[in-house]
Design a protein around this ligand. Structure first.
Ligand SMILES: Cc1cc2nc3c(=O)[nH]c(=O)nc-3n(C[C@H](O)[C@H](O)[C@H](O)COP(=O)(O)OP(=O)(O)OC[C@H]3O[C@@H](n4cnc5c(N)ncnc54)[C@H](O)[C@@H]3O)c2cc1C
Length: 461
């Protein structure tokens, strides 16, 4: 039977997941949707405020050429990734520039050779032993299965079984030890821990490898990256402008009730009836405003998240960093709260905002209070020779929702996926794929493909 295209669909959240959901629904022929966004702007964690006529990044910064879903959005809006190229260097804890990958330094060579061999070994393992690892989303993984669009952007729907995929529930550190590839962590850590996604001894390998599949990691290594001149927020602002029904902003959802085969949403004092509900806002907080079932409460209560802090800084005159810097030695849990990376968006320019990044939490450690971590970062900037003159913006983000290894292995994703469609409710957003722009949008695409089609109709994207 063909799906009813006139169904009234309520999408909660106007970030990349919600806005791309609307785009894919439109492409599939559904136009009777509404996006409810609590902020007065769209984009969620793609947040690009302006300073002296230029936009800087408080949230998402970059993409890679394999961001196929983000590319769908670009095509839909007629835009492209036109931002400044990214360059980086590395600093020691005492602020000295160094290159941990310098092949000219003789003492580095044995370690670098081993690292190279282990990287090649990982590439082989991912193609063979862990075939199917890079399919978006996590359904089936802990049962040794995969299903979804292939990871090369061809739009082909593939599925299979592979018992070895169960290893992906292990913390990435244990996954590497099991496969004799410990040194690859020194490459993967930059775009993972520095980007706020937690530490390898606590985060399941599935999250690490689905985001940093082999090709994506190599793109990071080579700085083959995308940025947007007007910031990542501009992608989603443009998409919102191109949608048939732009997001309803400043919407405060007071209540969601699902009864008699319908969904009733009360927002800004008014109750509206819908046929379907798609939640892209953090599932952890769904029970705060919705008639969540015991199962929803139990499963969503297991979600953890990162406390990822960003400071937007003006630097003392003459001390501006020429490019961005990574501090590998601060990417260990024992250095929680310290500066891991600082981002210089416009190479060599002084009239700009430099953003700093730090994590404050780890599964087995006491959380560092916000103000303590902020002071640590300011001190670290001084040590690095770029003393902060003024902090003009700051945010502690609710970041990278995930579950830990035990819940992953016990089928958390299978349990949530088995609830898709029950009570006319669907779940999407970061937790279902991964906390980046592309995986969340790709998950939205798959959700539309899986549930808003029928045997005689498959949307073509
Ligand atoms: C500092 C930082 C750096 C990052 N760097 C990158 C990067 O370089 N590349 C990359 O790809 N990604 C990056 N990301 C991650 C990326 O921004 C997120 O993964 C992506 O925005 C997730 O999209 P989403 O729609 O699932 O969630 P969000 O972006 O969080 O959007 C959710 C939306 O739901 C809204 N909402 C929440 N609750 C409600 C409610 N009750 N009612 C209505 N609306 C609600 C929120 O206001 C928000 O607009 C970064 C993020 C941060 C914070």
């Amino acid at each position: 039977m063909r799906q009813e295209k006139s169904e009234r669909i309520c999408i909660i959240g106007g970030g990349p997941a919600g806005l791309s959901m609307a785009m894919y629904l439109e492409k599939a022929g559904y136009t009777n949707y509404e996006i409810l966004e609590k902020n007065a702007w769209v984009g969620g964690k793609c947040n690009s405020p302006e300073y002296h006529g230029k936009r800087y990044e408080m949230g998402a910064i970059m993409g890679v050429p394999s961001y196929y879903a983000v590319h769908d959005v670009e095509e839909f809006c007629g835009i492209t990734h036109d931002g400044p190229s990214l360059n980086r260097n590395y600093k020691t804890l005492d602020g000295k520039v160094y290159d941990p990958f310098d092949t000219k330094k003789l003492s580095n060579i044995p370690r670098l050779l081993k690292m190279k061999n282990q990287t090649k070994k990982l590439a082989r393992l991912l193609e063979t032993r862990y075939q199917g690892y890079d399919i978006n989303g996590h359904r089936g993984v802990s049962d040794g299965k995969y299903e979804g669009f292939d990871a090369n952007g061809t739009g082909k729907w593939i599925s299979g079984t592979n018992e070895n995929l169960k290893d992906l529930a292990l913390p990435f550190k244990d996954f590497c030890a099991k496969n004799g590839i410990d040194l690859v962590q020194d490459i993967w850590i930059g775009p993972f821990t520095a980007f706020g996604y937690g530490y390898f001894d606590e985060i399941p390998a599935a999250y690490v490898l689905k985001y940093l599949d082999f090709q994506t990691t190599m793109n990071f290594v080579k700085c083959n990256l995308w940025t947007w001149k007007n910031g990542t927020q501009s992608i989603w602002e443009q998409l919102n402008d191109h949608l048939k029904n732009p997001a309803k902003l400043s919407t405060d959802i007071e209540k969601v009730e699902r009864k008699d085969g319908r969904v009733y949403v009360t927002a800004n004092g008014e109750t509206k009836e819908y046929d379907k509900l798609i939640v892209t806002a953090p599932l952890q907080f769904f029970p705060d405003y919705a008639d969540a079932s015991d199962k929803e409460k139990e499963l969503f209560g297991k979600i953890d998240y990162e406390r990822y802090d960003v400071l937007a800084c003006l630097i003392k005159k003459g001390q501006y960093p020429p490019i961005s810097y990574y501090m590998f030695d601060n990417m260990e849990a024992k250095r929680l709260g310290h500066l891991m990376v600082y981002y210089c968006r416009w190479r060599g320019e002084e009239d700009q905002v430099i953003t700093t990044y730090a994590l404050r939490n780890h599964k087995d450690r006491e959380e560092i209070p916000y103000d303590t971590a902020k002071q640590m970062v300011l001190d670290d900037m001084k040590i690095c020779g770029s003393e902060v003159d003024k902090v003009i913006n700051e945010k502690s983000w609710y970041y990278f929702p995930h579950v830990f290894s035990e819940d992953y292995a016990n089928g958390w994703y299978q349990k949530v996926e088995s609830m898709q469609g029950q009570n006319n409710t669907y779940y999407a957003g970061e937790i279902m794929g991964f906390g980046d722009m592309d995986e969340t949008s790709e998950y939205s695409k798959e959700l539309v493909y899986r549930f808003f089609n029928s045997d005689d109709y498959k949307p073509v994207f």
